[in-house]
Design a protein around this ligand. Structure first.
Ligand code: FAD
Ligand code: NAI
Length: 455
């Protein structure tokens, strides 16, 4: 029997960080991974999408070279090479993570862990025992129960990221985060893209200004967007048939992408044997990330909180400390959500609507990116920065930004919300000029009706 103080099951951005931190805290730690360390994020999610998006963005920007005073000759893209570059980035980071896990002293075991009791699990023929167990098995793409969803050419995000050739046309079912990122990727490569979304807007749940602006940006790029659409079937020849406003419509693509959410990977863990309870398939945890079995913790996508890599990582740190005897709590009040469209979307905290629902008297400020010097200098005038604040305390409650590089400067707003800063404090913070981040400061001034660059 292999004995450990802490066992982590699943080596994604939640699990490998939990294992490293646990080893840093002096615990004899094992990390079990059945596929590749880095999990969905590194191998089939965050990193490969952003690598491909970068290639596509550069390609797309070349079409505007003339307006920048640059004359180009013939140019084209080779998707196979883009895919190879993406694989190289992933491989480099993956071997970095493997080195970090080993270097920090956690033992990496490859194989599928199945719980055999509250303190024990099996990996193949080998038996393991651990005082504390951290479950971090992540999630997998959800399908939808419609005829034709399992035919060749219907791809989930794993399938899209494994493509070696660029599809000539794309239909995307689901206008959520994955849907708009893939729409940006293939549209920037010049391919016809159609999004079919069942809800009244793409990116539902975001600030309505974000949804409207991004609908406009994607439509202007040439993406066809159908919202309020009920998908009926995917017919042979990859035709998506859907119903909208009482009409039956069709969208045809060389591939159909299912981007309809992700499900927790819990079925094969043997949770029942260990007595761990689930709710709608997700592992239920308290704010110390404990399951109903006090020495078993769960983190990341299986917990049903925001399915984001940085949430999994933050939970991994908290769970590792708690498995070492502390009582840290998770705080989800300032979790940034970033979407890598062009321009980028970055949001944190409450929307105006949610703030009102929570009982705040709300005040807001807004600054359009078209008034920002840096944005114009780099030819990216679309978007806005919006601040939602509490009228009574002046505290910043939420920030919603559509802007170039928005994902890079949202951390400023995260810090402001996390530290309870006021709009006045954000507004009086000197921002470097010219930067797109000045839009946040301008929005703060606008909350007070004192924005100098706005009439
Ligand atoms: P995962 O990353 O899913 O890792 C779980 C690991 O556990 C896997 O490696 C799996 O093989 C292993 N495992 C499962 N069961 C067992 C078992 N029984 N034994 C051993 N190993 C097991 N999030 C962001 O924050 N930013 C982004 O830009 C972003 N982009 C994304 C793009 C796409 C296309 C997708 C699909 C997701 C994206 N995400 C993004 C979401 C992000 O990838 C997930 O939220 C994150 O990976 C969750 O981390 P995790 O550690 O909970 O699980
Ligand atoms: P999502 O929940 O963001 O979007 C799924 C969309 O599909 C929703 O808008 C939903 O209404 C729609 N949908 C579901 N069933 C449908 C049907 N039958 N017909 C039409 N539309 C349908 O989930 P998504 O985009 O699959 O992403 C999964 C997770 O991965 C998200 O939770 C997200 O947090 C994470 N992710 C994060 C990224 C980032 O942070 N940049 C990038 C990509 C994914």
């Amino acid at each position: 029997m292999n004995q450990y103080e802490v066992a982590v099951i699943g080596g994604g951005p939640g699990g490998y960080i939990a294992a490293i931190r646990s080893a840093q805290l002096g615990k004899k730690t094992v990390l079990v991974e059945k596929r590749d360390v880095g999990g969905t994020c590194l191998n089939r999610g965050c990193i490969p999408t952003k690598a491909l998006l970068h290639s596509a963005e550069v390609y797309h920007e070349l079409s505007g070279a003339k307006s920048l005073g640059i004359t180009l000759g013939e140019y084209s893209f080779q998707y196979k090479k883009m895919a190879k570059r993406k694989d190289k980035v992933v491989k480099q980071l993956r071997s970095g993570v493997e080195n970090l896990v080993a270097g920090h002293g956690a033992q990496l075991v490859r194989g599928e862990a199945v719980l055999t009791g509250p303190h024990t699990f099996r990996v193949g023929e080998e038996e393991f025992e651990a005082e504390r167990i951290i479950l971090a098995s992540g999630s997998y793409p959800a399908s939808i129960p419609i005829p034709g969803a399992d035919q060749p050419g219907v791809l989930n995000s794993d399938g899209v990221l494994a493509l070696e050739e660029c599809p000539e046309s794309v239909v995307i079912i689901g206008g959520g985060v994955i849907g708009v990122e893939f729409a940006t990727l293939f549209r920037d490569l010049g391919k016809p893209v159609t999004i079919v979304e069942m809800l009244p807007t793409i990116l539902y749940g975001n600030d309505p200004d974000v949804c409207t602006t991004m609908t406009g940006v994607l439509t202007d790029k040439g993406v066809t967007i159908h919202t309020g659409a009920k998908v009926l079937e995917i017919r042979d020849g990859l035709t998506c048939v859907f119903e909208k406003d009482g009409q039956t419509l069709e969208a045809r693509g060389q591939v159909v992408i299912l981007a309809t959410g992700r499900k927790p990977e819990t079925a094969s863990l043997g949770l029942e044997t260990a007595g761990v309870e689930t709710e709608r398939g997700f592992v239920a945890v308290d704010d110390e990330l404990r399951t109903n079995v006090p020495h078993i913790y769960a983190i990341g996508d299986i917990t049903g909180k925001q399915q984001l890599a940085h949430v999994a990582t933050a939970q991994g740190v908290v769970a590792a400390h708690n498995a070492a005897g502390e009582h840290r709590k998770m705080d989800y009040s300032a979790v940034p959500g970033c979407i890598y469209t062009t321009p980028e979307i970055a949001c944190v905290g409450l929307t105006e609507e949610k703030a009102k629902e929570a009982g705040y008297t709300v005040k807001t400020g807004r600054f359009n990116i078209s008034g920002n010097g840096r944005a114009l200098a780099i030819s990216c005038p679309d978007g806005f920065a919006k601040i939602v604040a509490d009228e009574v305390t002046d505290r910043v409650l939420g920030c919603h930004v559509v802007a170039p590089h928005a994902t890079e400067f949202i951390s400023e707003a995260v810090l402001a919300i996390r530290q309870g800063l006021t709009v006045e404090q954000l507004g009086e913070t000197i921002h470097a000029h010219p930067t797109v981040s000045e839009a946040l400061m301008e929005a703060a001034h606008d909350v007070e009706g004192l924005c100098c660059h706005k009439l």
